[in-house]
Write a protein of this length. Sequence first.
Length: 476
Amino acid sequence: MKKIYTTGFFRDGLLTGLILLGFALTAQAQVVVIDPGHGYNCSGSNVDGRTTTEIYTALATGQKLQNLIAANNCGWTVHLTRTTNGNCGWTSVTQRATQSNSWNATRFISIHCNAGGGTGTETFYCNLSSSLTSKDIAFAQKVQDNMVTEGSWANRRMVEDRSYLNYHLGVLRTNNAPACLNEIGFVDRTSDAAKLNSNTWRDKFALAYFKALQSELGTCTGGGGSNGNLAPAGSIWSYTTQLSASYSPAKAIDGTVGTRWNSNGAAATNYFIVRLDGRYNINKFKVKHASNAGLSVNLNTERYYVLYWNGSGWSNAVTNYHNASKAPITSHNVNVTAEWVCLYITDPTFTSDLYSRIPEFEVYGTAAARLGTPPTGEPDFPAFSDVSLLGAAIQATPSIVQNGQTAFAVKVAEATEAVIEIIDLTGQVVETLPSRIYGAGSSSVQADLSELAAGVYLYRLVNWKGVSATGKLIIR
């Protein structure tokens, strides 16, 4: 047999090529299977007897997750086990696991909603599947943690399925991929169901799953276009102050850190609104701070919000972010659709200096269809600041709660973002209502406290500047 010898150059090049090919094949091998639970069979029957809320929420969240993966240029192959709420959407749990295996799934996430009168989110894994149990646990824990954070849910449990349910879940038992099943919230709890049926909250649920997948499979590049940054093609719509024309807000969206926006230093709170050149599915915001342009790290922004105009009001995409590490660049993965976005700064530096300094504010995303009639003028802007709550008032009505339902009347002198905390008599916070912006004057917040045990509790309004006076309520 004739021997073939390779030169060192050829051999090294061949080995390098094989290694690169191996990396490429590995990168392309990431397959995510999204399993929106239940559905209707080909005769239109609701085989599993599940609610419309669960069936529709599971698919909507799954499709939003699929879109979020595509928008972030992840390079993962994505399959959905169900793609319709119409007839022939349903398949058995065994078929769903078989589909996942035939697609060689890298990760499998099954999306469901709970029932039975509870509240909060929970995630299950199976220790009987062929995947390593340690990987199942790690993935399930990330899904649970992110759903608690992004979905603002009570943390019920992350647990092995049979240890709690007394049986193994069919979609997990024969699944070859690290897999989990998440019960988002409860369809028969009024407060949970309101979130499950909300398009805005479904975006947050999808974002929770996306973050869990990113932590498992690696971060994605984000955005489209030359570098994905949409802001330079937009324009400044409104702003509070600027130091001079050379430091206008337009300098924060010109694509270079060689220029910057400076506020005039008259007050800590400042903002600018960017109108993008169209409506986009936004997947990331990036803020470049003073030290990214060569200035002192102590001049980096300490606290800020990123807001977006949802067509009828402003919503938080990034809430009261504290740049505690004085990072020169801060990035936030989001899942919102908007044309107007706002960087709202409440603490411009880590010193007594009140000048905001932003070299670049970047927005990443993909084009989206316009939803409804876009605003014809400047969006109404509910300016707010982080103010002391010493003079704020809060009152529960009724204060003796018979059925778990009450309302909190809140009155603040200046608009601010805050949460309502419920505290037991040991001083432990046992319930926190979702953060919201309270406008100057009076407003009302409905609350479902039926998960709390009977007893006496205190409540208060809290922001990072402090707390209001407390009130007392009794739950029977």
